[in-house]
Design a protein around this ligand. Structure first.
Ligand SMILES: Nc1ncnc2c1ncn2[C@@H]1O[C@H](COP(=O)(O)OP(=O)(O)O)[C@@H](O)[C@H]1O
Ligand SMILES: [Mg+2]
Length: 241
């Protein structure tokens, strides 16, 4: 899981290329003229189909790591490889392509578009990608997250757990290589949160979608194959089942 640069070639031979690979990644932000080091020389490889929980106290770099994994942001030094491609090497159209085709994102605050119905929210990524079969695929995905019958509801007519299930359907409708979830149960009650965690577990097990989830919850982390504990922007510990 944790990759040393010198062991990369043998790891590649035995386990295949990691879907997401962090190679000596540092990330600095500027806040009020002060440099803040959010990730500090971090190396990590995430294998195909692996379900990884990122844990660690607030500010340790979880969201930064997810944003870099999804090519939403870029390292200050080192490289992030998504399916073998360094994200920093992509031009704008390459980035749009990789974000649309390879990555699905779920947020604590759901981030549904309030003026679109449930099915329109799910269909949107496919419309943007020019797919003609969006409506059918969106309906199927809503069925998979157990929201058949809720297609035409607006987000404000859904509970938090239902909104997060719409968000999961939207994140998965284009069959991404990587699902990134930032505190996906953070705004939910225990029952709704458990349902979301069970769905995430099934996504990894049944669809072999590589999943990276940041969480504060020990219960959430316990669903994962691998727990990566961050501290001050570094990998402190890797626990595998
Ligand atoms: N856009 C930003 N500008 C400045 N500092 C940031 C920004 N995003 C995150 N940070 C800082 O980087 C560190 C890591 O933040 P983050 O990745 O959000 O941690 P976590 O998700 O684990 O709470 C924190 O010190 C945070 O304040
Ligand atoms: Mg965060």
């Amino acid at each position: 899981m944790e990759m040393k640069p010198e062991s990369r070639s043998s790891a590649t031979l035995t386990a295949g290329m990691p879907v997401v690979s962090f190679q000596a990644v540092s990330k600095d932000y500027l806040a009020d003229g002060q440099k803040v080091r959010a990730l500090d020389n971090l190396s990590l490889g995430i294998e195909e189909g692996e379900f990884v929980a990122l844990v660690g106290r607030s500010g340790c770099g979880k969201s930064t790591l997810l944003n870099l994994a999804g090519a939403m942001d870029f390292p200050t030094s080192g490289r992030v490889l998504l399916d073998g491609t360094p994200t920093s090497s992509l031009n704008d159209s390459g980035l749009t392509c990789i974000r649309r085709e390879k990555v699905g994102f779920i947020f604590q605050s759901f981030q549904l578009l309030p003026t679109l119905s449930a099915i329109e929210n799910v269909e949107l990524p496919l419309l943007l990608a020019g797919s003609p079969t969006g409506r059918t695929a969106a309906r199927e995905m809503l069925g998979w997250v157990e929201l058949a019958g809720c297609e035409d509801r607006m987000p404000h007519q859904l509970s938090g757990g239902q909104m997060q299930r719409v968000a999961i359907a939207r994140a998965l409708v284009h069959s991404p290589r990587v699902l990134l979830a930032d505190e996906p149960t953070g705004n939910l009650d225990t029952t709704s949160g458990d349902m979301i965690l069970n769905l995430l577990r099934r996504i990894a097990t049944e669809h072999k979608t590589t999943t990276l989830m940041a969480t504060h919850s020990l219960e959430a982390a316990a669903m994962a194959d691998t727990i990566v504990r961050l501290r001050d922007g570094r990998v402190e510990e890797v626990l595998r089942r």
